[in-house]
Design a protein around this ligand. Structure first.
Ligand code: SF4
Ligand code: SF4
Length: 131
């Protein structure tokens, strides 16, 4: 007889979800999809039932329910979940670095504008000296 526990999955009550997105931020496995102010839903194939999305929900509309048909978390699912968590970490790190990239782009654009203004100013001066 197997002693492995049956997997439980998060389920969001669509009638009560207010689309606050807090559960998306809390799920380390990218198993929840939805947009701000819209109903959110759990991608069952990606959920491992860690329950980390439950506490942040302000309307308490997430519950863990037994997977159907009942089955334990497989090793392959656990490996895939770890890979998704890693990809999420990398994505969040990239997003955190994005403002720096934007600043750099803005700095480059400003430097280009200054160079163009200098060039235009030099051209006007040269034109005036030729007259
Ligand atoms: S139970 Fe865990 S894996 Fe499933 S949706 Fe919630 S936070 Fe994500
Ligand atoms: S935290 Fe709760 S209310 Fe907010 S989007 Fe998720 S399920 Fe909906």
């Amino acid at each position: 007889m197997s002693t492995a526990r049956t997997l439980r999955l998060a389920h969001i009550d669509p009638q009560r979800c207010i689309g606050c997105t807090r559960c998306i931020d809390a799920c380390p496995f990218d198993a929840i999809i939805g947009a701000p102010q819209r109903m959110h839903t759990v991608v069952a194939a990606s959920c491992i039932g860690c329950a980390l999305c439950l506490p942040p929900c302000p309307v308490d509309c997430i519950a863990l329910v037994e997977a159907q048909p009942p089955a334990p978390l497989t090793r392959a699912q656990a490996i895939e979940a770890r890979a998704r968590r890693e990809r999420r970490r990398e994505r969040l790190a990239r997003e955190a670095a994005a403002p720096v990239e934007l600043d750099r782009t803005e700095r480059l654009a400003a430097a280009l504008r200054r160079a163009q203004q200098r060039h235009a100013g030099a051209a006007r001066t040269a034109g005036a000296n030729e007259r």
